[in-house]
Write a protein that binds this ligand. Structure first.
Ligand SMILES: Nc1ncnc2c1ncn2[C@@H]1O[C@H](COP(=O)(O)OP(=O)(O)O)[C@@H](O)[C@H]1O
Ligand SMILES: [Mg+2]
Length: 255
């Protein structure tokens, strides 16, 4: 339901050796909200996502999804209850044809349950449809190519399709636009906007602020594993600590 807290992160912490990658982070995300996460390299953004989605175990703290404590659940379990994430570094099955990457998640219980009574028809067709949705041209033969031969931008699109396969309630993307060309980013923007328009909850880690700020209503800024600001894009870019941490002291502009 709109406006209910769908995700709650409480005092989440994780160290790697002497590095406090995520250091006592707490925040809430409302259902249907689009939240951007920004911060310098190494500020803990990916680790935070790994903690939420079960890929890394916290030293301390908890994650609640729809009020249920999901801390420490396995990644596949977290995906199956509706939280999908893309990886900053893509990890497709490089030796398979592109569309086959989506067939495996399409066999998951979550998808089966949703299709109960309905007719999904052919899973190949469903995979093709998803690929088209993320910008693989219908008439192109790219979906049939061996994944390893795809240009990087398309690998990122495939990564997004893999995410959307499970019809998640929360979509988390980690630097989706990095490695994409300007035209690929332009074609990916409506997909992000559609995810939000459909009422899904979106958490978007992104360095490209101009594009990010067109999609999200709220932004959270991390530095050294801590939240240093949260607010609207207009609000956070005015915070002095954000300017210094994220934008450099030279006074680079972002808009
Ligand atoms: N698996 C790991 N082992 C050791 N150090 C890690 C690991 N993952 C992340 N770190 C460290 O934690 C800090 C935060 O990293 P990360 O979450 O990847 O930041 P960001 O995504 O904001 O660039 C960095 O100092 C990074 O080197
Ligand atoms: Mg990262």
């Amino acid at each position: 339901m709109q406006n209910e807290v769908i995700l709650k992160v409480q005092d989440l912490s994780r160290r790697f050796g002497g590095v406090r990658a995520v250091d006592g982070i707490s925040f809430e995300v409302k259902s249907g909200e689009a939240l951007g996460i920004i911060g310098p390299n190494g500020s803990g953004k990916s680790t935070l996502i790994n903690l939420i989605t079960g890929f890394v175990k916290p030293d301390k703290g908890a994650v609640f999804y729809k009020g249920n404590n999901i801390t420490g659940l396995k990644p596949h379990k977290i995906a199956s209850i509706g939280i999908a994430r893309s990886f900053q570094t893509v990890k497709p099955f490089y030796n398979l044809p592109v569309y086959k990457n989506l067939i495996i998640p399409l066999y998951s219980n979550r998808v089966k349950k949703q299709l109960k009574g309905g007719c999904m028809g052919d899973r190949d067709e469903a995979a093709m449809h998803l690929l088209e949705e993320v910008g693989f041209e219908r008439e192109s033969n790219l979906p049939y190519k061996i994944t390893g031969t795809l240009p990087h931008g398309y690998l990122k699109k495939l990564e997004l399709a893999r995410c959307l396969c499970l019809d998640p309630e929360i979509v988390i993307v980690d630097e989706l636009f990095s490695g994409m060309s300007m035209s690929e980013i332009a074609s990916a923007m409506p997909i992000m906007e559609k995810i939000v328009a459909e009422g899904k909850t979106l958490i978007m880690i992104e360095h490209r602020l101009r594009e990010l700020f067109r999609v999200v209503q709220g932004v959270m800024v991390l530095n050294f594993g801590k939240i240093i600001a949260r607010g609207t894009p207009e609000e956070v870019v005015k915070v002095e600590e954000v300017k210094e941490a994220y934008l450099g002291k030279e006074g680079e502009t972002v808009a």
